[in-house]
Design a protein around this ligand. Structure first.
Ligand SMILES: Cc1cc2nc3c(=O)[nH]c(=O)nc-3n(C[C@H](O)[C@H](O)[C@H](O)COP(=O)(O)OP(=O)(O)OC[C@H]3O[C@@H](n4cnc5c(N)ncnc54)[C@H](O)[C@@H]3O)c2cc1C
Length: 348
């Protein structure tokens, strides 16, 4: 089999790069082993405001301009819905936070997203003594459905192998690479936290963060917006809500833990007073990087090996933009932005 590209990993990064290749009529084959599931369990929210400090997320407004049409196209491609507009209500903890909100509302980058009034509405079952700050033009991508549809699509085209990529079998020459029976011009690694097993790129400083989420059923909590306090309460419809997420920098396993669940429940119970039952508990490892920027670029020695990783906590917004930038770098020789290029780490 001869292809232009091999992609290793089909999370949000692999999917975004596969879409770039399709757009440009390049052939490819994907290897996926289900060893990581960050993209599958993710809350899937997109929001360009850091909810702790009310400051802009790095490049987010620009990334959204690429991301929203990208997901809209996928909705058309698979005639399915993935993008749900959802406002965010941030519970204020103090008068000081309310004041900080108004200051942030005036920042030119954020005016389209931050509603310049305090929401005083009482919501049954929600403790919010200082009211809410409301974010608009935000939403959620149903990453789980999207990835399921995408895998089915690749399976139908017979261009996905459900197996673990074996790095020792990769034969690299100047112009081509060979992997088992596949000959390709280039390979792009999109393994998320799985990068730590990749001998070509595991010198890069990933500082992964495990996250756990629970799903609850709360029949008397009637909200169609996300509430953010100590944790987020994300409406999924029919009185189901995703609650998350924890941040754990020590635990490298992707399994949910009793401690993670306990932490989520204590935080949830600090502001939600209606009864609920837990119906699901999941976990994943976010591929975050020491400097909180993506990992994009060619291998310093082998120019036909590349990486698309480091999507961190905001893969939904970042993936389409950096996939496009990597494609233009590999195919059209465009320079990568220094902030995302792995050249910033040198080579050890
Ligand atoms: C709890 C939680 C909540 C989150 N919430 C949000 C959110 O609300 N909004 C947001 O934007 N982001 C969120 N994120 C972050 C987001 O999930 C990540 O940024 C993004 O999913 C990373 O995508 P990825 O493709 O780089 O990695 P992954 O999703 O980890 O994908 C990597 C893929 O590579 C495969 N793989 C790895 N090694 C190999 C191998 N050797 N052979 C074959 N296949 C391999 C894995 O099985 C996996 O499918 C959240 C993450 C977590 C954990």
């Amino acid at each position: 089999m001869k292809v232009d590209y091999i992609i290793v990993g089909l999370g949000l990064a692999g999917l975004a790069f596969a879409e770039e290749l399709e757009k440009n009529q390049k052939s490819f084959v994907v290897y996926e082993d289900n060893s990581q599931n960050s993209s599958i369990v993710a809350g899937g929210m997109y929001n360009p405001v850091i909810l702790k400090r009310f400051t802009p997320v790095w490049n987010a407004v620009k990334q959204l301009k690429t991301a929203i049409p990208f997901y809209k196209n996928l909705e058309k491609k698979f005639t399915n819905k993935y993008n749900y507009s959802i406002d965010i209500y941030r519970i204020f903890k103090s008068i000081e936070e309310q004041n900080n909100w108004f200051v942030a509302c005036d920042k030119p980058l954020l005016t389209n997203f931050m509603f310049p009034k305090i929401i005083e509405t009482k919501i049954t079952g929600v403790i919010a003594n200082y009211g809410f700050g409301k974010l608009i033009n935000t939403g959620r991508i149903d990453t789980n459905s999207l990835l399921q549809d995408y895998r089915k699509y690749l399976l139908k085209k017979k261009i996905i192998e459900n197996e673990s990529f074996d790095y020792t079998q990769l034969k690299i020459s100047k112009k081509t690479i060979k992997y088992k029976k596949v000959k390709a011009l280039k390979i792009v690694f999109c393994e998320g936290f799985g990068m730590i097993n990749n001998p070509f790129f595991n010198y890069l400083p990933m500082q992964e963060a495990k996250g756990e989420l629970i799903t609850i059923y709360a029949p008397t909590l009637n909200i169609d917006f996300l509430i953010k306090a100590a944790v987020f309460v994300l409406p999924l419809g029919n009185n189901y809500y995703k609650i998350g997420a924890t941040f754990n920098w020590k635990d490298k396993t992707k399994e949910p833990t009793p401690n993670g669940k306990q932490e989520l429940l204590v935080k949830l119970n600090s502001f939600i007073t209606v009864p609920y039952t837990i119906v699901n508990h999941t976990a994943g490892i976010r591929p975050t990087v020491k400097d909180r920027r993506p990992l994009v670029g060619k291998h310093p020695t082998y120019q036909n090996l590349a990486i698309l990783n480091g999507l961190g906590t905001r893969g939904v917004m970042i993936a389409p933009t950096i996939a496009n930038e990597l494609y233009n770098h590999l195919e059209n020789g465009l320079e990568l932005d220094k902030e995302i290029s792995i050249a910033r780490f040198g080579y050890f």
